[in-house]
Design a protein around this ligand. Structure first.
Ligand code: ADP
Length: 546
């Protein structure tokens, strides 16, 4: 090999800070406070304060590699922690405020967090698990809603005592920058340790024109929480490119978000389908109330975006959706559903089919579909198998080495998602492997049935899950939430589905429920549905298919 003769320059987050203060000092960061007032400052202020934070943490004894946790909503101070903690060589560990205090205690103990930054508004939650984390040496309170409780350090007082200069260290690009735990939908939460390099490469690729296309002219609104898979990297995308950042604070209800998008002229926003379902319902009620003409695209991911949602935004409101798939283990984005040029002239249904798929792999992410016995399956758009991925921002193991069985001996990560892949590389998620319905040896995709049910005009939400069956082992059951004031019978829903699916795919029964249980990151909680209704067909044999 003839070695290239280029510099070995590390890909680290410190460079983001340097660029921010040098080239974009006047770019703006806007946050909505808990009392709904707005906080605004510039990138210059952001970098100054981030340096003060690094000085304060250093004074408290934080060393390279130490885990410093955050328990925070999306706001400017959380952004300071996002950059300050890794830029001094430590690891920012985002705690998910929607988890049960016992789980938070488990995760903070597992991570061995030494310092935690807590929003004052989340203090009652923090108090419930703080005592169970012996590694914690310092508690810093972000005064978003009143002063710091006694015995804790006040974030603003700490910063005020420090110099706004900090000599950024030369870090190893492979060193850990951020620790995110999976939400534990499938077992104990597991830690994923992003490196500086993985974040930098993920950011560069996500900002490509054919992906999010984020640039200086954008106003980026991460609705997806910064404690969920690094808000899909949106804060990093924004700061690298000098974009305006808009943070919603704790106000995630549809009217507050719509007000924010209109008032701050947001150009790109990212959130899970539930958020967008609520927003679409409100826009449908009052289409003229909010001026969203600045919006370039709305990113949807985290769970499957129903085609009716994507189509509804486009047809009724002229709003464009970009559907993406990812996992905490992928830093987190793996595929994005961009309609390729050659499909731009196809009929509307084909285009929607591509847009509503999970998309095709980002550059440097490689994908394959594998059978239960480990055979590579064809990309024919029909054969279902497990999606496996590899790439420079895919985890190579979990923090403290649990879950080794997810990493294959030939260097791939087993996603646990059951998919089909078509000849153009578009991935379609059928299920998580634990949720796929195995009826008499055939696999039935709950996601396909859910999407079809949610295209019925009376259905707000629908989750399809496996019910135990005396003859077929498992049969699909649907939990359906109707839109307020709307009605639909079981027979109507079955007739609606039978237009698209073979008879043996149709759910054996439809359970009308007030709401579908969800995980802390907004996914349907199918374990709970199976717990509550898994024996429904055993108890009601009249409903069960013969
Ligand atoms: P956790 O694994 O802790 O639930 P993640 O947010 O990392 O948290 O979840 C990743 C999983 O979310 C994926 O494996 C997949 O099942 C699901 N998912 C993410 N994006 C999509 C999407 N666009 N469509 C369908 N499922 C998705």
């Amino acid at each position: 090999m003839l070695p290239g003769r280029m510099m070995d320059f590390p890909l680290t987050l410190t460079h983001f800070l340097e660029r921010a203060r040098t080239y974009y000092p006047r770019s703006e960061i806007v946050s909505r406070n808990p009392d709904k007032s707005m906080h605004r400052y510039t990138y210059a202020d952001f970098v100054r304060r981030t340096c003060q934070l690094m000085n304060a943490l250093k004074r408290l004894g934080v060393k390279p590699g130490d885990r410093v946790a955050t328990l925070s909503w999306n706001h400017f101070r959380h952004l300071e922690a996002y950059f300050g903690i890794p830029s001094m060589g430590a690891v920012v560990h985002t705690l998910n405020l929607r988890l049960h205090p016992n789980d938070l205690g488990y995760i903070a103990r597992h991570a061995e967090d030494t310092v935690v930054l807590v929003d004052r508004s989340l203090w009652p939650l923090f108090e419930k698990f703080a005592a169970s984390v012996p590694s914690l040496k310092h508690v810093i309170v972000i005064p978003d809603a009143g002063p710091a409780p006694e015995g804790t350090l006040d974030y603003e007082a700490l910063l005020a005592a420090e110099s706004p200069e900090f000599e950024l260290p030369k870090l190893d690009e492979d060193s850990a920058a951020m620790l995110c735990y999976t939400s534990g939908t499938t077992g104990n939460p597991k830690g994923v340790l992003f490196s500086h390099r993985s974040i930098v490469l993920h950011t560069l690729v996500c900002c490509m024109r054919d992906l999010t296309g984020i640039g200086e002219a954008d106003s980026v609104l991460p609705v997806v929480p910064m404690f969920h898979a690094a808000a899909w990297g949106l804060p990093f995308d924004a700061i690298l490119t000098g974009a305006r950042v808009v943070f919603p604070g704790p106000h995630l209800d549809p009217p507050s978000l719509l007000d924010l998008m209109a008032e701050e002229k947001v150009t790109i926003a990212g959130g899970v389908p539930t958020i967008w379902l609520g927003i679409l319902a409100l826009l449908d009620q009052d289409p003229k109330k909010w001026d969203l003409s600045a919006m370039r695209t709305m990113l949807i991911g985290g769970s499957a975006a129903p085609p009716s949602l994507i189509d509804g935004f486009r047809q009724r409101h002229g709003l464009e959706v970009t559907h993406a798939w990812g996992m905490t283990e992928l830093n987190p984005v793996g595929t994005m559903a961009k309609v390729k040029q050659e499909l731009r002239h196809a009929d509307a249904a084909t285009q929607l089919g591509a847009q509503a798929s999970q998309g095709f792999a980002l550059p440097f992410v490689e994908t394959r579909v594998v059978s239960e016995s480990g055979q590579k399956l064809p990309w024919d758009g029909a054969t279902m198998g497990e999606l496996e991925v590899r790439g420079p921002w895919v985890a190579s193991s979990y923090f403290s080495n649990e879950g080794q069985d997810r990493f294959t001996s030939d260097g791939w990560f087993k996603t646990g998602d059951v998919v089909t892949m078509d000849s153009d590389g578009y991935v379609r998620i059928c299920d998580r492997s634990k949720d796929v319905i195995k009826s008499g040896g055939e696999w039935i995709s709950s996601v396909a049935l859910e999407n079809a049910l949610m295209s019925h005009p009376a259905v707000l939400e629908a989750a399809v899950f496996a019910g135990r069956h005396p003859r077929w082992d498992e049969r699909p059951l649907a939990a359906v939430v109707l839109k307020p004031g709307q009605t639909a019978t079981k027979e109507e829903l079955a007739a609606h589905l039978s237009k698209q699916f073979a008879k043996f795919w149709l759910p054996d029964d439809y359970l009308f429920v007030p709401q579908v249980p969800r995980t802390s990151t907004g996914k349907f909680l199918k374990t709970k549905l199976r717990e509550d209704y898994g024996d429904h067909l055993m108890k009601n044999p009249a409903s069960a298919a013969g």
